[in-house]
Design a protein around this ligand. Structure first.
Ligand code: ADP
Length: 749
């Protein structure tokens, strides 16, 4: 029984002891409230799942009460965990519940009317859904008067521009309707509170206020190559923590390394016969994916162009259900970048292959229905099962799968906790570059919207139950219909109950969290990278996050995991601190690349040069790195421009690692980086102290970025003597050779 019910019951018992015999009087139903089930029974969140029979209150995990569409309202009653407030009569009290919506945005009031007495119990729901205070014995007339007063101050509905929502439109419409918000399907001249984009931040240009459901740069950041690079940087710093991502190579630039390493592995042990999966960089829905067993099988060219792709270790032993391979689609909300706020949907989807799984062999490598779990592919197999049930068919809810695993004795709390860790770590890997995009599109001080985004994490469970990250989708499908062949060759979209169940909940609750009237909880934001760390996630009792005026809605299906688990993961946020330095020295608004002068300014300001590492060496380092990174660009013209336009964040991180290694030789990479960061941050802090003092005496102070930029302009010294150039170059190349980049085996099969 949830706290809420316990408290209401206690209150009713108090009333009874005051001689008010409510039991005999029946119910005065002013507004019959269908109270959502308590949060701890809705989800695959292991805080709420127990094996059938052990804990009755927690056995239902089918989430039927969430995200109901118009057509399915009636089904709510069937939900075994969904308690109705009239259930209270079972505890010997006859009352009706009335939810006074939070009209002034302060709190949700509930009144329990006791028929015939004119008396009511009045209490207030906290944002966690608990009923906390009681003012007994108010007359109904008093309350009605108050209600009328509140109505007069009714908050205007939240406005949502849905004109660019594309395929998420259906689910979005249902969500807006459930929230009683106002939709603008054709856009609106005046500003809206929320803009829902189907593809990218730029779907709607010139938004200067409100909130947009896409971050600038997210599409670029989550493309397979960029994503692999970002995770690999983290693997260099934290190999153990980031071993959830299969070993990957970037094509074409790492083709040689890939071939050499595989050849060596095979030579060392001729019984090893690994399989690899090749994924085109910009691909989705399984397009262009193929399996290989030998580097010579790579298709490297598309016409005259080298194909950009990631080749990845193939997980040969996935967990099977009904002999089929499946993967998990988990929805993750990034509510804010600064401070970082991450929510995970407690319910997700599982997508099943349609041909029984066999470990890869030369014979079955091309069997896509056996190896690829993509819905878009398997739906075309004759074996695809569309099911109205959430626990059967080729697409099922995550909770139904976890429930099944729990019934087999699997420790699903551990699985879920590992999944949460995987999600937080992945987000931490991509946030630094996202911040660079963000400041370029929405520079501080310029009017602009704030952003949030729902991401789709694709996760595979290995046979040993270890979750593996396959990819992150910046635009996960929010369709709630599926294609059906209504006549031979004729396809139509028909409603898909499983999709609707999950996706409407995710969109609706994302909107609830982004409600501009929703008070932000106070967030303590410890310094990134600092403090002790402990990765284990304590599974605590769920707190119910509920906006005060959301009386009739179910509890949130999105669970906050960050900053909630800051303590366990904050130490991983090192690259973000490097990105903060990078952004500080970018200078010009809208810029994403550091020019040579800005790089020198960084070195000077942080006092990183000395007689052993002169400014000339700094220039050579800059040229070497930017040249190498521009060589990774698909288009040589773009590469040439980039070489001149500067150093991106990933290249800067590489330079930073190099500088750290040079300065703190005796330490391991992670400690080197921490030490250099501390040194730079201390220098900047003392500089800004000096600058602040100067700017107090000189009233026309420049903005910080401009000030630091100008420091380096006095003596650019770009030309450097040839011998020195060679020395630094060699030094740097040696470092490159020693780097462990792609040499680690990440995921054991
Ligand atoms: P896409 O964006 O084209 O869907 P994914 O990276 O999601 O590309 O891969 C498509 C499918 O291939 C996944 O859903 C999964 O079934 C399978 N897959 C991808 N990577 C691996 C891997 N490393 N090991 C095993 N299976 C994989």
């Amino acid at each position: 029984m949830s706290d809420h019910y316990v408290k209401v019951k206690v209150q009713l018992e108090q009333m009874k002891s005051c001689g008010e015999d409510a039991e005999k009087e029946g119910v005065d139903a002013e507004e019959q409230l269908s109270v959502s089930s308590p949060p701890d029974s809705v989800s695959p969140d292991p805080t709420s799942i127990s094996v059938a029979g052990r804990d009755e209150s927690n056995t239902s995990i089918t989430c039927k009460h969430r995200g109901k569409s118009r057509s399915k309202q009636g089904k709510d009653d069937k939900n075994s965990s969904g308690k109705h407030i009239s259930d209270l009569s079972l505890h010997g009290s006859v009352v009706s519940a009335h939810v006074g919506k939070n009209l002034n945005g302060l709190g949700q009031e509930r009144t329990l009317h006791i028929k015939g007495t004119g008396k009511i119990l009045q209490g207030k729901s906290e944002t966690n859904g608990n009923f906390v205070t009681i003012h007994a014995s108010k007359s109904i007339q008093d309350t009605r008067r108050e209600d009328g007063f509140k109505l007069a101050r009714k908050r205007r509905p939240v406005t949502v521009d849905t004109s660019k929502a594309k395929t998420s439109l259906e689910a979005l419409k249902i969500s807006i309707k459930q929230l009683k918000w106002k939709e603008f399907p054709l856009g609106r001249r005046a500003a809206c509170d929320i803009y829902w984009h189907g593809v990218s931040f730029h779907d709607n240009e010139n938004i200067i206020s409100g909130q947009v459901n896409k971050f600038p740069g997210m599409i670029e950041m989550l493309r397979k190559i960029n994503m692999s690079r970002a995770v690999r940087t983290m693997q260099e710093l934290f190999p153990e923590e980031y071993n959830f991502y299969p070993r990957s190579w970037i094509l074409p630039e790492e083709y040689q390394q890939f071939s050499t390493q595989i050849r060596m592995v095979k030579e060392n042990d001729c019984t090893v016969n690994p399989t690899f999966i090749v994924k085109p960089d910009g691909g989705s829905q399984g397009d262009g994916i193929y399996l290989i067993r030998d580097p010579s099988d790579l298709k490297l060219m598309a016409g005259s162009q080298a194909k950009q792709a990631v080749v990845q270790e193939y997980i040969q032993k996935p967990l099977l259900i009904d002999k089929l391979k499946f993967d998990i689609r988990l929805y993750v909300l990034i509510k804010s970048l600064e401070p970082l706020e991450i929510y995970i949907a407690k319910e997700g989807l599982t997508r099943f292959c349609t041909e029984p799984y066999q470990e890869p062999s030369q014979k079955n490598l091309s069997h896509v229905f056996m190896h690829l779990t993509n819905y878009s592919l398997n739906v075309h197999s004759g074996n695809f099962v569309h099911s109205d049930s959430q626990s059967t068919g080729s697409k099922r809810t995550l909770s139904s799968v976890l429930y099944r695993l729990a019934a087999k004795g699997v420790d699903i709390k551990k699985v879920w906790s590992d999944i949460i860790a995987l999600v937080i770590k992945t987000v931490i890997a991509v946030v630094p570059e996202l911040k660079v995009y963000y400041q370029a599109d929405i520079p501080p001080g310029k009017p602009g919207p704030t952003c949030f985004q729902i991401l789709g994490f694709d996760i595979l469970l290995m046979k040993n139950l270890k979750p593996v990250l396959l990819e992150v989708n910046s635009n996960p499908s929010m369709r709630i219909e599926h294609e059906k062949e209504v006549a031979p060759g004729v396809f139509e979209y028909v409603p898909s109950p499983v999709d609707e169940e999950v996706k409407v909940g995710v969109i609706r609750d994302t909107l609830r969290l982004m409600d501009p009237g929703h008070k932000k909880p106070a967030i303590s934001q410890p310094r990134p990278g600092g403090s002790e760390h402990r990765e284990e996630i304590p599974i605590e009792a769920e707190t119910q996050e509920r906006s005060p005026d959301e009386g009739a809605l179910p509890s949130l299906c999105l669970k906050q995991v960050y900053p909630k688990y800051t303590k366990q993961f904050n130490y991983l946020r090192l690259v973000e601190r490097i990105a903060a330095l990078f952004i500080r020295f970018l200078g010009v608004k809208g810029n994403m690349r550091l020019g040579p002068t800005a790089f020198r300014t960084f070195i000077r300001t942080c006092k990183l040069s000395n007689s052993n590492f002169t400014m000339a060496s700094v220039d050579i380092l800059y040229i070497d790195i930017t040249r190498r990174w521009s060589g990774t660009m698909p288009d040589s013209r773009e590469a040439a421009t980039l070489c001149f336009s500067g150093m991106g964040l990933q290249a800067f991180v590489e330079a930073f690692f190099f500088l750290a290694g040079r300065r703190f030789k005796s330490l391991v990479l992670r400690e080197q980086v921490v030490s250099l960061l501390e040194l730079c941050e201390a220098q900047l802090q003392s500089q800004s102290g000096v600058e602040d003092r100067r700017s107090v005496s000189c009233s026309r102070a420049l903005p910080r970025a401009v000030k630091t930029q100008t420091l380096g302009l006095t003596n650019p010294q770009l030309g450097s003597p040839a011998p020195l150039r060679r020395a630094v170059s060699q030094d740097y190349r040696l470092h490159q050779r020693l780097k462990p980049r792609t040499l680690r085996a990440n995921v054991e099969n």
